[in-house]
Design a protein. Sequence first.
Length: 229
Amino acid sequence: MKSLNLGLICLLLVLNCKSDPQQTSLKTDTQELSIAKKIANAHGFEHWKNVSEIKFTFQVDTDSREGKGRSWSWYPKTDEVLFESLHGEQRYSRKHMDSIQIANDRGFINDKFWLLVPFQLVWDTSATISEPTKAQAPISKTELNKITLTYSNEGGYTPGDAYDIFYDEQFIIREWVYRKGNSAEPSLTTTFENYKNYNGIKIATDHKQEGGNWNLYFTDVSITLDDQK
């Protein structure tokens, strides 16, 4: 299996979704919006309005290397980000960014998308969601529900990407297929597993490919609510 390093993951994946966590609707029809909200709520979206801080470290292990990780603290009410790098801590506001901060923000948007993709279904107003269907999941080969999330060809860091999202009867995401530029062929297919509950918010802490030693995962996850300050 061809190994992917962390930098390549950042470039290839979900950098197009410059979302505003205060936005809570999608430009979809009533049925599609209902599905988006059901998936988000199944992962604890009703608790998001009370989140004052979320911390996490994004890592990727492959056959040939162990990920070094990127550590983030996000303050969604002010949309400020703290990035812990090898060069020390860097704090910035996503409302006011220069070229250096934009470079950091590309990594943050990618990593945050993986962490909170169920909520992105509600946040990302530039995206559309397909009609839900039944389909065979690519890794488990079981029948699951499927929707396709597609981003517009304008705006964001890498516009036009698509995601086939497979979820169970409880609206919990189990697998997805990333298709760069809405290509017909998959660019990356992974599981959503090892869910953990952080103050009511469910997060899949492992994303594995079929076969081989490849895992995108999260460590040091913590979610602080307003009443816990």
